[in-house]
Design a protein around this ligand. Structure first.
Ligand code: URA
Length: 172
């Protein structure tokens, strides 16, 4: 993919963030600007975060893939696997208190499952040995196409906020 992409899109945001948002892969706008979620989907992600009192600058935003797949096709498992060490390192450095996986690709890759997203959302999962709480919600690009699902997504965001409040903080 490095042959067809303009630039690598590693991630953006607060490196001490409590929240890590993980999406799928850069699209055309992200590939051009070098920042995740700056296109149409990003324009919906921002108010989703604001709905639970978060500014974009407060969180860290990354993707499963760091390079744009040609024609925005779904990431192949081997591509997700090659980018995984970068995401693992991001998680280790940021040490988020909550991970929000947006969309099927992010959720299934992070949780290493092929369970449909409808069954993964609505509950708190725990990632890795550090057992970081992880909540799954719909991708904003899907919500743009299916606005009636927004309500479920707001429920997921509130669940994530509750999971963070319930989790012990590093400071205590
Ligand atoms: N969709 C994603 O999953 N990530 C982006 O960065 C942009 C769109």
């Amino acid at each position: 993919m490095c042959e067809s992409r303009t630039q690598t899109v590693f991630g953006v945001g607060n490196r001490q963030a409590d929240w890590l948002i993980v999406g799928e892969a850069p699209g055309a706008d992200e590939d051009r600007q070098g920042e995740p979620f700056v296109g149409r989907a990003g324009k919906l992600l921002n108010p989703m975060l604001e709905a639970i009192g978060l500014k974009r600058e407060q969180v860290f935003i990354a993707n499963i893939l760091k390079c744009r797949p040609p024609d925005n096709r779904d990431p192949a498992p081997a591509e997700a696997a090659s980018c995984r060490p970068f995401l693992e390192r991001q998680i280790a450095l940021i040490q988020p208190r909550i991970i929000l996986a947006v969309g099927r690709i992010a959720a299934q890759n992070l949780l290493n499952t092929d369970t449909p997203i409808g069954k993964l959302r609505g509950e708190i999962h725990f990632l890795g040995a550090a057992r970081i709480p992880l909540v799954v919600t719909y991708h904003p690009a899907y919500l743009l196409r299916s606005p009636r699902e927004k309500r479920k997504s707001w429920d997921d965001l509130r669940l994530a906020r509750r999971a963070l409040t319930a989790a012990p903080s590093a400071a205590t």
